[in-house]
Ligand binder design. Structure first.
Ligand SMILES: *Cc1c(COP(=O)(O)O)cnc(C)c1O
Length: 398
């Protein structure tokens, strides 16, 4: 096979600054490119490939599903939806689920639920509290909820009805919403992903839960990236012992199959009525099978515990090997959602790491992000650090 270069995709719209490699095969936490070069997958398709690649239990289940049904329509009952929804309800302690195909779609549905929740109680112009550095997607509404001008610049006018506050500051949210009768919901990520791996503190989440209850606001937690076992709990907010009213999910839920879901608690479960919302592909039998099998295999193989222990090992190793280098500001995150913040923009490390045989990303300009498959072993975690350390050392010495 000939070497792949960037110019080999002239017909694909250029919306990504792509690393000039092309991947064709994967096994576990490793992938191979068209030239046969191997890479350790520290990115997992951006927190998507929960079970890694070519998982021996997932692939046969999906092959079987292909022979049964791929798609019908939401005009009919889809048994897989009931099965996956029941599991998500059990794991979350919430009430019911709407299915769609991606993170932004799940967040769009959440925003619609919040607005209708407000309108139903007589608030004509509902407003939703959102956060600095938040990322909720690239549709017009979810981009408007996002706290990063790089995402929304050039695409105005933005959707109105969002109030923005800083993270982890209960006084700031009280002040920003004081005397405003139109607030209906608070919408945030437990650990901001694209914003640079910024965790919400447990005590802040608990205070926020109380505030939402006092003011009859929906607590809507975007667990698209930090959910589905990544931090060592099914959902990252569970570390704080709280339960949200609305919880969008996507990325890791199908272990690579496109899927989105909005889980709703009692306050939000009956806001949407027949005809209020929908999706042609949402909840199709193939995606549902991927979700059901992903959660089943995670339980069977103990992947929550694995994410917690291997994640803690990876974080401690990163702290030990990189944390004290001048130029490294902080190692943060939980489970297998980790960031290493440098004191300068470090986007060049993405391609250099690929050159060294490691896939990772850089987010918020200066944060190296590791969100590998939840099947990562301690040996593979050590290999990530061994590959990364010389690259960071050389970069910081430039
Ligand atoms: C990735 C992401 C989204 C958007 O998901 P898409 O599937 O790309 O639309 C939304 N919220 C968070 C927290 C994300 O990480």
């Amino acid at each position: 096979m000939t070497a792949f270069v960037e110019a080999a995709s002239p017909h694909v719209m250029n919306t990504y600054g792509r690393v000039p490699i092309a991947l064709t095969r994967g096994q576990g936490c490793r992938v191979w490119d068209v030239n046969g070069k191997a890479y350790l997958d520290g990115l997992g398709g951006i927190a998507v490939n929960t079970l890694g690649h070519n998982h021996p239990k997932l692939v046969p289940a999906l092959q079987h599903q292909l022979t049964q049904l791929i798609h019908t329509s939401n005009y009919y009952h889809v048994p897989g939806q009931e099965a996956l929804a029941a599991k998500l309800v059990e794991l979350s302690g919430m009430q019911n689920v709407f299915f769609c195909n991606s993170g932004l779609e799940a967040n769009e549905a959440a925003i619609k639920i919040a607005r209708k929740f407000g309108v139903d109680k007589g608030i004509a112009k509902p407003e939703i509290v959102v956060y600095e550095k938040a990322f909720h997607g690239r549709s017009i509404a979810t981009m408007s909820a996002t706290g990063n001008p790089k995402i929304y610049s050039g695409f105005g006018p933005l959707v109105e009805g969002f109030v923005r506050v800083p993270v982890n500051d209960i006084a700031a949210i009280k002040q920003a919403t004081e005397g405003n009768p139109n607030v209906v919901a608070v919408f945030f990520e437990t650990i901001q992903g694209e914003g640079g791996i910024n965790p919400m503190r447990a005590d802040y989440l608990q205070q926020l839960r109380q505030l939402c209850d006092e003011r009859d606001w929906l607590m809507m937690i975007d667990e698209v990236q930090c959910g589905v076992g990544r931090t060592g709990q099914w959902f990252a907010h569970q570390w704080a012992g709280i339960v949200p009213d609305v919880m969008p999910l996507a990325k890791g839920l199908g272990s690579g199959m496109p899927i989105g879901a909005v889980v709703a608690g009692p306050k939000a479960a009956t806001v949407l009525k027949p005809g209020n919302h929908g999706s042609t592909f949402g909840g199709n039998p193939l995606a549902m099978r991927a979700g059901i099998e992903t959660l089943r295999i995670m339980e069977e193989d103990g992947l929550l515990a694995n994410a917690a222990t291997v994640g803690a090992h990876l974080k401690a190793t990163l702290e030990r090997e990189l944390g004290l280098l001048p130029g490294v500001k902080e190692v943060r995150g939980q489970g297998l959602m980790l960031g290493v913040e440098l004191d300068r923009p470090c986007g060049v490390l993405i391609e250099r790491a690929a050159g060294a045989g490691l896939l990772l990303s850089v987010t918020a300009d200066s944060v190296i992000r590791l969100v590998p498959p939840l099947i990562l072993t301690v040996a593979e975690a050590d290999e990530i650090v061994a590959l990364l350390k010389p690259l960071v050392q050389a970069f910081l010495a430039e």
